[in-house]
Ligand binder design. Sequence first.
Ligand code: NAD
Ligand code: UGA
Length: 430
Amino acid sequence: MKISVIGTGYVGLCTGVGFAIKGHNVICVDIDEKKIKMINSGKSPIYEPLLDGYLKKVLKEKRFEATKDIDYAIKKTDISFISVGTPSRPDGSIDLRYIEQASKDIGNALKNKNDYHIVVVKSTVLPGTTENVVKKNIEKFSLKKAGKDFGLAMNPEFLREGKALEDFSNPDRIVIGGFDKKSTNFIEKLYEKFDAPILKTDIKTAEMIKYASNAFLAAKISLINEIGNICKKLGIDTYEVAKGIGYDKRIGDKFLNSGIGYGGSCFPKDVKALISKAKEIGYDPKILKDVISVNEKQPFMILDILKKYLPNLKGKKIALLGLAFKPDTDDIREAPSIKIIEKLLEEKAVITAYDPKAMNNMKSIFPKIMYAENPKHALKGADACLILTEWDEFKNLTEKDFSIMKNKIIIEGRRVLDKKKVKNFEGVCW
Ligand code: NAD
Ligand code: UGA
């Protein structure tokens, strides 16, 4: 099938390359010229395992291209996925400016196309957005009617950064919220090579499934962190507790890693957007608000432990291992490390940070802290070490690696060190 994808961020590029791997012909569109050039040269603008290799492969096989020209992409394809960003406004509500613009651009392009074309929203949007914003704009600018002249659907994406291509190709489920039957059937066919249950719903249910999934997962993390904070005070290892509860099939053993809280471009903004929507319709979402408040405090738990050892941080050399909001990504959006660095700088600590992939991104926020070439460089002469991302590379650190510190104070914000290789360290909830 001939597919276009509007927006080449984590979701757009992985969706485009993912469909191309399955044998479809894909054109990706972005407004960012630099990204287009990089993608067409076989280099992904984001770090995502497997992506560069597959991008090069589908480019070579001439099943994939990227362009700024949306008219060309719409003309040459039968279906377009919208995967532009849906960030938060300062008050937490959803900022739909990219969705608005993309749907206007699609509308303009469709004005000049006679063939039936299907538009699918893949971006995370609040219930009502596809019909009230996307459909309205496309109809206004194309002078065409949804369901008659063009098809419309909502197909949320559940991939995780760092596992994006794997998750795209092997989803737990595929949700298709269709406006018209023709679109639903077409999308079902598009996913026929995927081994996953397909759930067909109306559009606003599909939109809500995405928010409910992210809210539930974020709540699971805040709940295990709250249990973890209690465990820490009682001298209990929360990971043992998580193992004990995870055997219960109703709870499940996934997403029970306590630590310094969730970050990333999605959980924080999506929980806030859902709260904002609930308030707008007159409902006070108490649990969701607490999910956020537990999460906002969680990065500071590691600093409370640090202060037990070093009450005055002024001039103390602190080594930070890991900056990305999770391993296998260079993404630092809403990373707990940002709050921890801000607080350490406020207390006049001297920071040397190391991350295998995220240092360049962090330099744009904190250009003045020191960045190390490797963990050893960061640890040399340090008064304390905080581990903030569970990169595989840190699993191999040994007692010898930490022996070059001035004081061997090691605190994990994410569970990663091997007790057999390193002695005497503690965790934020263990
Ligand atoms: P992103 O910010 O990384 O990328 C968005 C891209 O869209 C950018 O490259 C931007 O230049 C481009 N863009 C903006 N306006 C455009 C326009 N009018 N035409 C063409 N391109 C345009 O975003 P992302 O992380 O890929 O997220 C996209 C959406 O998918 C969001 O709604 C997000 O919530 C959702 N989502 C993200 C993930 C994830 O892991 N990042 C997972 C599932 C769902
Ligand atoms: C999350 C969801 O997992 C995806 O299903 C969803 O598609 C995506 O958001 C989205 O809507 O954008 P992502 O943010 O990429 O994916 O990463 P996760 O693996 O979910 O981790 C998010 C944050 O939670 C990270 O900071 C991670 O360290 C933290 N986390 C995760 C925990 O603290 N404990 C856990 O047990 C799991």
